[in-house]
Design a protein around this ligand. Structure first.
Ligand code: NAI
Length: 393
């Protein structure tokens, strides 16, 4: 197997090794690295951050890098206040050199904000998925965008498998019934199935999609399918027994369960809308832990109501935090179930946080020392996309 195969598709237990690759990209030292202003937008930890110091991705625990940054003479500003021109985020961007964000509480770096941030040279995503940054604008402005690739892909793949199971087995309404003090097996069983024998397809078969396929094999599905403009290496596809379907409508029409594992970009935004949902099998289950805006929120809620979908689950929302009246909070199928939505946390388990905090520090250290970055971490390099995952270019 090639090195790329091993890096991307080798058994998921090896995911953390993605952080210590061997071949390094020949980037140049273009930084003067003293006294930089570094701004991080993280989520508020509150009481939880006091109880659990391993919540490194919180405002309180600051990715564990404050002392290290300050000892090197850098200024480090950390906030969760990210909306509007008077937010700490937007006010500080003007003279920030390095911006650290997470997908869980995204500081949305629009083209307009990039234009107002003349010093900005590097954006680091503490996690995976940089769609909250206008990547085309970053390319034009020569701002590098790096992720901690691989840091939480196993965390998400596990969540996907859990979400598929809880929808197919009708778990949430069953648990709610127990909390209400009731006991009516038939009410749950009338919409509960086995995963065995179902056709399951992943839209996007990169690091997460592939790990989902790996984890589904032991459930003896009827078939595993994938849809991706980047074909899996033959050996990788064989290893998980997955068949590629090249047409999207054809792909969804064959699946009992669709899991979405592609980044959000212009080719995936609003991709799963009323038109595509018509081509799903009636009563299919849909799991989306990739990005909320890949699915049309109203169309998904309507499909669940009409029975075109039997269930929808995931942790990602088109706006985060999701407004209180977001349709995905309350939507239900005709039996009052079929909703497996949670806040965005699948990729921020304590295990994942340790990895993305360490990976963020490594990226910064490379930058300060003018050392080459791990190639797989570079989404946007100097003036160009380095990844093949954000659309065909
Ligand atoms: P990856 O880059 O390894 O794989 C993405 C795959 O999607 C690639 O094979 C790419 O070719 C494919 N793809 C892109 N556009 C497509 C399209 N239009 N149709 C079909 N396939 C397409 O990325 P990885 O690590 O698997 O992560 C995928 C996404 O998952 C991230 O970009 C992020 O948005 C999301 N994610 C969510 C997390 C969470 O906590 N919920 C945590 C980590 C990632």
């Amino acid at each position: 197997a090639s090195a790329a195969f091993k890096r991307n598709f080798a058994s998921s237990a090896k995911a953390p090794r993605l952080l210590s690759g061997r071949t390094l990209a020949p980037t140049v030292n273009h930084n003067s690295s003293a006294g930089l202003k570094i701004l991080a937008v993280l989520y508020k930890g509150g009481e939880a951050a006091k109880q659990e110091p391993r919540l490194l991705g919180s405002v309180e625990n600051q990715l564990g890098i404050r002392e290290w940054l300050e000892s090197q003479g850098h200024e480090y500003i950390v906030t969760d206040d990210k909306e509007g021109p008077n937010s700490v985020f937007q006010k500080n961007l003007k003279d920030t050199d390095i911006l650290i964000t997470t997908p869980f509480h995204p500081g949305y770096l629009t083209r307009e904000l990039i234009e107002k941030s003349p010093n900005l040279k590097l954006c680091v995503t503490a996690g995976v998925g940089s769609d909250h940054i206008d990547l085309n604008a970053a390319v034009e402005r020569n701002i590098e965008v790096l992720e901690v690739t691989g840091s939480n892909v196993t965390s998400v793949a596990e969540h996907v498998v859990m979400s598929i199971l809880l929808l197919v087995r009708n778990f949430v309404p069953a648990h709610e019934m127990i909390e209400r003090g009731e006991w009516q097996v038939s009410e749950i069983a009338k919409n509960a199935y086995d995963l065995e024998g179902k056709v399951i397809g992943t839209l996007g078969a990169g690091r997460i999609g592939y790990r989902v396929l790996e984890r589904l094999q032991p459930f003896s599905p009827k078939e595993l399918l994938y849809y991706d403009y980047n074909a899996l290496p033959e050996a990788a596809a064989k290893q998980v027994n997955a068949r590629r379907v090249e047409d999207l409508k054809d792909f969804v029409s064959q699946c009992d369960i669709v899991t979405v594992n592609a980044p959000l970009h212009e080719g995936t935004r609003n991709l799963i809308n009323a038109d595509l949902l018509k081509h799903f099998k009636k009563g299919a289950w849909l799991v989306n832990t990739a990005r909320g805006a890949i699915c049309n929120a109203e169309d998904v809620a309507a499909a669940l109501k009409s029975g075109q979908l039997n269930g929808y689950a995931g942790d990602v929302w088109n706006v985060q935090p999701a407004p209180k009246d977001h349709p995905w909070r309350q939507m239900k199928n005709k039996y009052g179930g079929g909703n497996g939505m949670v806040p965005h946390y699948s990729g921020t388990t304590l295990d994942a946080q340790a990895r993305y905090a360490a990976g963020t520090k490594q990226i910064l250290e490379n930058y300060f020392k003018g050392k080459p970055q791990e190639p797989a971490n570079i989404i946007v390099g100097r003036g160009k996309y380095e990844t093949k995952s954000y659309g065909q270019r």
